[in-house]
Design a protein around this ligand. Structure first.
Ligand code: WTA
Length: 632
């Protein structure tokens, strides 16, 4: 296969947990627990699931009908019962669930008791609008506790939520609301970013104006801007709905395999895939991974800096931490505003013990210098996590030294929207290797293979596959089962193809190299090359476009577009700006190319497929590889 090369460790040092942390670890013996999870999965998962509440126990742990899995068959539960009621009934009523902060130091604290009440009220409010089990609701909200309440209110009554990252533009939002046929959208008047108010409601109104099935737009009116008179049939006030509804709402009794949410993610075609997760398996595995990877204790203060609009927010801001009854910080804003020490200021202020962020952010903060984190007392940190893209050893070491003060344990966590929960990671109890994600999580059988499905020898790059189903795996792609089946049918041997390149070392540590398919990873955000290309083509002057990723020191990858103009148009800097603006409108700021180059034609195969690989190799001055299929 292509691109096979031997890899060598860039940093050979291994990093052990401190004696103090080691003693506190919930998982002391990874090897034996892992062994049990593989050799005796029924017993293993039954024990984990039994730590949670079920109205009715499952008959069978797994029913595997390739490539379709059912976990905890016939089990009945409700994830919000486990995230809220269970804690309130067990002495955590007054425990803080969230400290919701913004860039200006405003904070809003909410206890488990209060969170339950607000979720119940909103759930009843949704019911009063006619929503019921199986309906879809899109959520386009700032990264605040109101977003969490919205998600949980849906889950309470069996409504399937589909959160759309509030940085996406109107076009991207419309595609997602339309695909899910959402009956309602929950949004806010604006979100705050770098001290500015970014309007959200106008985007929602524009995106949904032709979508007749959207019956309600529920708006968190942050500054009470919307006058009563404007609240005609469609617009509903979020706070009024909460206030006017009953605080008691019995959870819908959900089958383990009932859908919990849809989350759209990028694939290799222009259309995003609606990854579907179900209640039982997702609940059990987010609970277990949060508990064991982050070593959650009763008094742990936890902070995941992701946005609820991505899978990391779903699993590790909302469901995993709440299932464990944790106190979390949630922040609306960016890491560098009003100053590049704002995160460390909050770590110090709230005595955060577990901090979870992305390599992009680490690399960006690194640039501001060692003296920034040095100004704060970060001694509360015990575990510092990384997610979203490969963390280069340099960033790893900086994080460990300047944030973790060579005391906190770095845990790298590899997983995907599709996997629902951590799949490969370094648990706190065993040594970490910078630049290597670590070993498989419980129940995960990972391997690195060639295109024919043959396992490769140690330190050889190949495709990362998962050989067995796991509880939090995606169940399908919404309305597109063939796209789901493709994950399992791509590579011979009935394995799940993660579409990442990786290598396993002689100790079983897995190094993730990057995506194998045409998906970009820009600042930890997954963006399909094809999505950006189709956005570019919406500009009237553009005939064709090809998009590649280029290595970027901070963002991991930057986007470069090659554009062929239509007859009669000539390249100009204005055109570059216009094309960028088009992408911003169609997809959102995160997908705007950093570079645009006008070319006369694009390299294509004889069947007309654009060879992005050739463009990339040329751009980076690499060997062109096999170009026998190139048209000319
Ligand atoms: C990449 C994010 C290296 C990978 C949770 C994967 C990583 C894609 C890591 C999924 C990591 C995620 N090391 N690469 N620790 N974590 N990735 O769906 O390419 O937004 O396939 O899920 O991010 O991105 P997604």
């Amino acid at each position: 296969m292509e691109n096979l090369e031997q890899v060598h460790l860039q940093v050979n040092e291994v990093f052990y947990p401190t004696e103090e942390l080691k003693k506190e670890c919930i998982v002391q013996d990874y090897e034996s627990m892992y062994k049990k999870s593989i050799e005796n999965p029924d017993e293993f998962w039954s024990e984990v699931a039994s730590e949670l509440f079920w109205y009715q126990k499952w008959d069978k742990v797994l029913e595997w009908n390739f490539p379709y899995a059912k976990w905890f068959v016939n089990g009945k539960t409700n994830i919000t019962y486990n995230c809220l009621d269970r804690h309130v009934e067990n002495g955590r009523r007054n425990k803080l669930a969230f400290i919701s902060v913004d860039e200006e130091g405003n904070e809003k604290k909410i206890t488990y008791g209060e969170l339950l009440e607000r979720v119940n009220r909103l759930a009843n409010g949704l019911k009063s609008l006619g929503l019921s089990k199986g309906d879809r609701v899109s959520i386009y909200m700032p990264n605040t506790v109101e977003a969490v309440i919205s998600m949980l209110a849906c889950a309470r009554i069996g409504v399937i939520h589909s959160v759309v990252f509030a940085g996406f533009s109107e076009g991207a939002l419309k595609i997602r609301v339309n695909d899910a046929k959402a009956k309602a959208v929950i949004t806010a008047t604006y979100t705050k970013r770098r001290g500015k108010k970014i309007p959200l409601l106008p985007t929602v109104l524009e995106a949904t104006k032709d979508l007749d099935f959207v019956k309600h737009i529920i708006v968190w009116d942050r500054d009470k801007e919307i006058e009563e008179s404007q609240q005609n049939g469609k617009i509903v006030d979020f706070e009024n709905l909460i206030k006017s509804s009953s605080p008691v709402c019995n959870p819908e009794i959900m089958d383990a395999e009932d859908p919990l949410f849809i989350l759209y993610t990028s694939g290799t075609t222009g259309k995003p895939k609606g990854v579907l997760h179900t209640v039982g398996g997702y609940m059990v595995n987010t609970y277990l991974t949060t508990k064991t990877v982050f070593n959650i204790k009763e008094d742990t203060v936890y902070w995941c800096t992701a946005d609820v609009g991505w899978i990391t927010g779903h699993s590790y801001i909302v469901y995993g931490p709440l299932a464990n009854g944790t106190t979390s910080v949630i922040m609306e804003g960016v890491p560098v505003y009003p100053h590049p020490g704002i995160w460390w200021e909050y770590v110090e202020k709230y005595r955060v013990n577990v901090f979870y962020t992305a390599p992009t952010a680490i690399r960006m903060l690194m640039r501001f210098g060692d003296e920034i984190p040095a100004k704060y007392d970060l001694s509360s940190l015990k575990i510092i996590g990384s997610v979203g893209e490969p963390i280069n050893p340099e960033a790893w070491l900086w994080y460990y030294k300047h944030v973790g003060k060579e005391k906190a344990k770095v845990v790298d966590t590899w997983w995907q929207t599709e996997t629902g929960a951590h799949m490969i990671t370094t648990l706190p109890c065993y040594p970490a290797k910078p630049g290597k994600a670590g070993k498989p999580m419980f129940g995960v059988v990972a391997d690195v293979v060639d295109k024919q499905g043959n396992s490769l020898p140690p330190n050889t790059i190949g495709y990362l596959v998962i050989r067995k189903p796991w509880p939090s795996m995606l169940r399908t792609c919404w309305g597109e089962p063939e796209r789901y089946e493709k994950y399992w049918k791509d590579i011979p041997g009935n394995v799940y193809n993660a579409d990442d390149l990786a290598a396993i070392d002689e100790d079983g540590y897995i190094m993730i190299v990057g995506r194998a398919d045409d998906v970009l990873n820009v600042a930890g955000h997954r963006i399909g090359n094809a999505e950006v290309e189709s956005a570019i083509i919406e500009h009237p002057a553009v005939a064709e476009a090809a998009v590649i990723g280029k290595p970027n020191e901070i963002k991991g990858e930057s986007i470069k577009a090659f554009v062929v103009l239509k007859e009669g148009y000539t390249p100009s800097p204005e055109l570059v700006d216009e094309i960028k603006e088009t992408v911003k409108e169609v997809l959102g700021a995160i997908a705007v190319p950093d570079e645009i180059e006008f070319v006369d034609k694009l390299p294509k195969t004889r069947s007309g497929k654009i060879m992005r690989r050739v463009l990339r190799a040329k751009e980076l001055g690499q060997e062109l590889g096999d170009i026998s299929t190139l048209e000319d």
